[in-house]
Write a protein that binds this ligand. Structure first.
Ligand code: GLC
Length: 750
């Protein structure tokens, strides 16, 4: 039975909320603003006699001290705790159950950076709709996603959770994710509340070091970091999560300019703001707040409505803060209104419990696995294909060597930020190749190198799957030799290399981008056999591929492809489908180049942009928006509806792409814009439109874009406000950010 969508009008919501609010005491209001982790599934080492974390939470439930819970996955457990919540408060207010449903719940989609690489809002929406249906089926109401923090420094581990470096692509991805999670309106059946995060500027961490401060100019904030959040808000996101770090010297969780002046007054957000885990406590850690009472008052006053915590909530001090006037009753009531409104809209008062019998069927739906497979196929990016080695012809092969530990690691195939997965049903690259080629071809596996160990512990090590253990008798040299021997005796070698999934994500930044362990040595030794090599990259950030980009004929970035990733990879390897993904970030040659972005300004000596270092080219190894195909595309006939317009008018740009190959394929047609002069310097190019199109062999497709005030307006570093200049503009249309097909138009003064 699926939940009936709550058909609650705004007026009904307001009336219901006000009637509750007038009944609540100040401590009960503080309870509604308190969200607890419930860590019942991990062992709780506690001192003799001290309550465990779950026991602390259950005690809070019985005194009306909890408005929301997170990290629950089992429907029966959720119902049990929901009953304690309702029975534990005078007005029978249910708890809002949240969880990190980032790229799937039971059916795991490719990681978010991979979904962004599809440049396909439709598959992204489908993927998050599947995640929402599965999460809601077990009683989860709210996803702490999408993560919309732009990342321009790939040393930062959480680049994997976002949509890369560009505000236009990230805005399109954010809106598609919110639509997928929430459906047509908040409260739709089989959907959850979307919770974009982490507001804001988290991805600009100093040195790419997760949690370190971000220092970002106003122009960068308004032109680059805020737009994806604005897109998520305009798509109707119900909540926003504030970020951990200092933004320009003020912790985000206590930053009133950020959470009220910007988020509410300028971006128009009217849902509620939840802190990140312990981030209200952290205001003391930051040496920003004097104590928990100070932290609670300043967080709430800033606009941080709900506290996410493990124990000892800072918000337990809100009553005192109200009584001594540090927080107004109006501020407290406004926060409670926003939280209660979400609960009313979701219909939780009418249906607080989940039907425990339907979850298993929903979680096992084969249609969900098909969406995951399609998403993985559409996310892969073909980086190199010398001599058209790909696609491989199965009927011309007798033997395939599959090499590298990542080729047969179900846990790594899923990537980080997943918890309710089923490893037994996860299809690895090796599984997928074997299933695709059948018994007529000998497929053998050799790890070649040991499952590389993280040097430092990860917060996710509490889940045993996240910290692989090397076989005790693993002989490194011997394993390389075995892999080389296998490659030498095979028709083709498929090598899977990259980063283990516990080497990227939260708390997993790196100082270099090199392939961990002895993977590069393994690739070089396999190439030296002379057997044709296909290199598959399993990653969430760009990796130093300088050597492979010169010596390995075929390189396909498969990211962490999810539950049916192996089937998707096999479909691409053997030509059942063509790769069509494009890079959502500039791919550095080496970590020493970062940050490196495509939409920089011309600055001085632009003709020598490629030679800013004396020891290496300063261009990326692969540019933003880049990706090859089994098709062959040519762009032509770029036309403008006018070569001169007034500032508030729009022109139409059209261009044609022809597929001169003999096979159907998809191409992401991209539009870039440059303004030649204005109140402040403008990027050499900015993505302002894209469309993924299918092109039959020998056929042509014409794509149209509109370029109007929305595409030309920007926040000026000179006037400190939004401007639309009269100027001369260049437009390019092509298959990546180096597109050469160009036209020019003028915007005349009003
Ligand atoms: C984590 C992350 C945040 C996540 C939250 C709950 O520390 O920063 O993205 O949603 O805590 O798990």
């Amino acid at each position: 039975m699926t939940q009936q969508p709550s058909m609650t009008s705004d007026a009904d919501v307001r009336a219901r909320v006000e009637s509750l609010l007038t009944e609540l005491t100040t401590p009960e209001k503080a309870g509604q603003l308190t969200q607890y982790f419930y860590l019942g599934f991990i062992r709780n080492e506690v001192a003799d006699g001290a309550p465990s974390q779950p026991e602390l939470v259950e005690a809070a439930l019985t005194r009306g001290g909890v408005g929301s819970l997170l990290f629950l996955m089992d429907p029966a457990e959720i119902n049990r705790l929901q009953r304690l919540t309702i029975e534990g408060n005078r007005l029978d207010i249910p708890a809002l159950v949240g969880f990190d449903v980032i790229h799937g719940f039971r059916t795991i989609m490719p990681v978010p950076i991979a979904m962004a690489a599809s440049w396909d809002p439709s598959i992204i929406e489908q993927g998050q709709a599947v995640a929402a249906r599965e999460a809601r089926s077990v009683g989860i109401h709210w996803a702490f996603a999408p993560m919309v923090d732009l990342a321009r420094d790939p040393r930062w581990g959480r680049i994997i959770e976002g949509a890369g470096e560009d505000p236009y692509l990230a805005s399109s991805v954010a809106a598609a994710q919110v639509r997928g999670f929430q459906g047509a309106r908040l409260g739709s059946a089989e959907r959850v509340v979307a919770g974009p995060k982490h507001f804001a500027g988290y991805g600009a961490a100093l040195g790419g070091r997760d949690y370190d401060e971000s220092n970002i100019s106003d122009a960068e904030l308004w032109n680059t970091y805020f737009p994806p959040f604005k897109a998520a808000i305009d798509a109707g996101a119900g909540t926003i999560m504030s970020a951990y770090m200092d933004l320009n010297g003020v912790p985000a969780a206590g930053n009133r300019w950020l959470l009220s002046d910007v988020l509410r007054d300028r971006l128009g957000f009217n849902g509620f703001v939840v802190s990140d885990a312990q981030a209200v406590h952290d205001l003391v850690t930051h040496h920003f707040a004097a104590d928990l009472s100070d932290a609670a008052g300043r967080a709430l006053h800033a606009g941080n409505d709900m506290e996410m915590t493990f124990a000892d909530p800072a918000f337990d001090h809100l009553t005192a803060a109200v009584e001594d006037g540090r927080v107004s009753v109006e501020t407290l009531d406004d926060a409670v209104r926003r939280v209660l409104a979400i609960k009313v809209r979701l219909g939780l008062f009418e249906e607080p419990y989940v039907d425990e019998d339907t979850a298993a069927e929903v979680l096992a739906d084969p249609a969900h696995r098909e969406v995951a497979k399609m998403a993985a196929q559409r996310s892969a990016v073909l980086l190199r294909n010398e001599g058209a080695l790909l696609p491989l012809a199965v009927d011309q092969l007798n033997s395939i060597a599959v090499i590298g530990p990542l080729a047969d690691s179900p846990r790594d195939t899923l990537g980080p930020w997943v918890f309710n997965y089923d490893l037994a049903e996860t299809v690895t690259v090796l599984d997928g190749i074997k299933a695709r080629v059948g018994d007529g071809v000998r497929v053998e596996f050799a790890p070649g190198v040991r499952p590389a160990q993280r040097r430092y512990p990860s917060m996710f090590d509490m889940w045993p799957d996240n910290s692989p253990v090397d076989p005790a008798d693993f002989d490194d040299d011997d394993e390389v030799a075995k892999a080389v021997e296998l490659a030498a005796s095979s028709d083709v070698a498929v090598v899977v290399a990259g980063e283990w999934q516990n080497m990227i994500g939260e708390g997993a930044s790196r100082c270099s981008l090199e392939l961990p362990g002895r993977q590069l040595e393994l690739i070089q030794a396999v190439v030296a056999t002379g057997t044709p090599v296909v290199l598959l990259i399993m990653n969430g950030r760009p990796i130093d591929l300088r050597w492979p980009a010169e010596h390995v004929p075929a390189i396909l970035d498969i990211w962490y492809p999810g539950t049916h990733g192996g089937h998707a990879v096999a479909a691409l390897l053997f030509g059942d489908d063509s790769p069509g993904g494009k890079l959502p970030f500039s791919w550095p040659r080496t970590g020493g180049q970062v940050p490196i972005i495509y939409n920089h300004t011309r600055s001085h000596d632009p003709e020598n942009q490629g030679r800013r270092y004396w020891d290496i080219e300063s261009t990326p190894l692969f540019p933003f928006g880049y990706g090859l195909s089994y098709g062959r595309f040519r762009y032509h006939d770029l036309t403008l509806s006018s070569d001169s317009v007034s500032p508030d008018n729009t022109i139409t740009v059209s261009a044609t792409v022809t597929n001169s190959s003999g096979r159907a394929a998809e191409e992401v047609v991209q539009l870039y814009l440059h303004q030649r002069y204005g109140t402040s310097s403008r990027p050499v190019r900015e993505l302002k439109g894209f469309e993924r199109v299918a092109v039959e062999p020998g056929a042509s497709v014409t794509v149209e874009f509109t370029v109007g005030p929305a595409e030309r307006s920007y926040w000026s570093a000179a006037t400190h406000d939004w401007v639309i200049d009269a100027s001369v503009f260049d437009v390019w249309v092509g298959g990546d950010s180096t597109a050469g097909l160009q036209a020019t138009f003028t915007v005349t003064p009003a």
